[in-house]
Design a protein. Sequence first.
Length: 125
Amino acid sequence: MNVTDFVAIAGGLAAIAWVNWYFFLAERSAANASVGASGVQEIAIAVEGGYSPASIRVKRGTPVRLVFDRRETNSCSEEVVIPAFGIRRFLPAFEKTTVEIVPDEPGTYEFTCGMSMLRGKVIVE
């Protein structure tokens, strides 16, 4: 093996480490859902290479409306899955899709794309 081979291997390992950190370990700040006139907590989530915001804080016992705004055609982001609430919803490209949940218990509830590459969470307080 020569120096070029070592550089190529090191670059590949660094890329693998970065992808795993970005998709699975990177912490993102949590946004608070706002309560509308109807008493429903609502937040818009942009879907474009990930979820933004990826962490959402809500109050327990109050209905939550998650509005997913899919801004791409990437096949990975074409559905959202919220296992704790039994939800699997198709997200049409360049459209907004509303998902409603009522979190009765405090805790953290994950939502992902269909392949579990894109990740977000609802933090119930």
